[in-house]
Write a protein that binds this ligand. Structure first.
Ligand SMILES: Cc1cc2nc3c(=O)[nH]c(=O)nc-3n(C[C@H](O)[C@H](O)[C@H](O)COP(=O)(O)O)c2cc1C
Length: 181
């Protein structure tokens, strides 16, 4: 499951979705503010392959709102500080938050990809809570040592780490030393 919030970095969600082929059952959940940022940042809007359902955060009529139907993994990318804080405090007031809460309680993989900078103590404390609860915090910090030449290639340096965490093999971006050989 891929959650998209109103944080900057819609390109990360797009590149991740581009990499999740039909071998994977994928659902997309958009927060209330996600579409506004997608409109700002993705000139063609969000492109989804056929077979990927999209859900608004307000609909609770989805399979993954229940622990009996928990998915293997949920990635929230990009993850706003608002959504991160609400998950940390168990709000569960919409389907994105509920699904994240289910992932934590069922001990499934929940990967949060925040972009925010700088961070304040509230952000750090919320991140600490989430780490203690079992989430993976994977900040959208691209790396520059592989010589990425476009925004998409830079984004892929983060998406490769997300795929690694999901256990999906990929060669999106050269690994350290590989490119030197
Ligand atoms: C262009 C734009 C970029 C934003 N980038 C961020 C960001 O990187 N991180 C963040 O926490 N909020 C960011 N925000 C603010 C969030 O959209 C706002 O806090 C919103 O309430 C988040 O709601 P959501 O978590 O339900 O998506 C941005 C807003 C806009 C309009």
């Amino acid at each position: 499951m891929v959650g998209i919030t109103g944080a900057s970095g819609a390109i990360y969600a797009q590149r991740l979705l581009d990499c999740l082929d039909a071998m994977h059952e994928v659902h997309v959940v958009l927060s209330q503010y996600a579409q506004a940022v997608i409109n700002e940042e993705l000139s063609e809007g969000l492109r989804l392959r056929e077979g990927i359902p999209t859900h608004g955060a307000r609909s609770m009529n989805v399979p993954f709102a229940s622990g009996s139907n928990a998915f293997d993994a949920m990635v929230i990318v990009p993850c706003s500080m608002g959504t991160l804080g609400r998950i940390a405090h168990g709000l569960s007031s919409d389907v994105m938050l509920r699904a994240a809460d289910v992932m934590l309680k069922e001990r499934r993989k929940l990967i949060l990809v925040p972009r925010e900078t700088p961070l304040n103590l509230v952000h750090i404390r919320n991140m600490e809570l989430l780490l203690l609860a079992g989430a993976t915090l994977l900040p959208a910090n691209p790396q520059f040592y592989t010589g990425a030449k476009s925004a998409a290639e830079l984004a892929d340096t983060v998406v490769a780490r997300i795929l690694d965490q999901l256990g999906i093999s990929n060669s999106l971006t050269p690994r350290w030393r590989e490119e030197l050989e």
